[in-house]
Design a binder for this molecule. Sequence first.
Ligand code: TYD
Length: 133
Amino acid sequence: TVFDCSVIDVSKVHNEAGNITVAENMKNIPFEVKRVYYLYDIPGGEARGGHAHYELEQYIIAASGSFDVILSDGQNRKIVTLNRPNFALHVVPGLWRELDNFSSGSVCLVLASLKYDESDYIRDYDEFLKIKK
Ligand code: TYD
């Protein structure tokens, strides 16, 4: 359910020359990262996501700027605002997600547990609700 998704403090090494955040497989990420991608140059007012995954889990990070992640398990909804680069939202499998309210210049960094596989996607919301029943 959406209650299995939490915001995790990834790490932060701070000094006068700036910060560095490190995410390491099986250390502060509870799965093995097989793929990294990032969304950027997102036009104002645009929404992304709008799908669910059967198996994939993810860490979603606002590497720059801010945005909202709306999660749904078919019964419960949860809206999480991400706005700090050292925090990650852990999205477990089987949830519908949408991303919106991107601030200008924001970068959405995603660490994913699987390689890209279109057959792992549920892109139709009615179908998602059917599967969840
Ligand atoms: P999609 O997952 O629908 O984007 P979002 O959920 O962020 O709105 O992906 C958009 C397009 O990019 C789609 O044609 C598939 C392609 N894509 C890849 O080829 N590999 C990937 O790892 C990802 C995430 C997307």
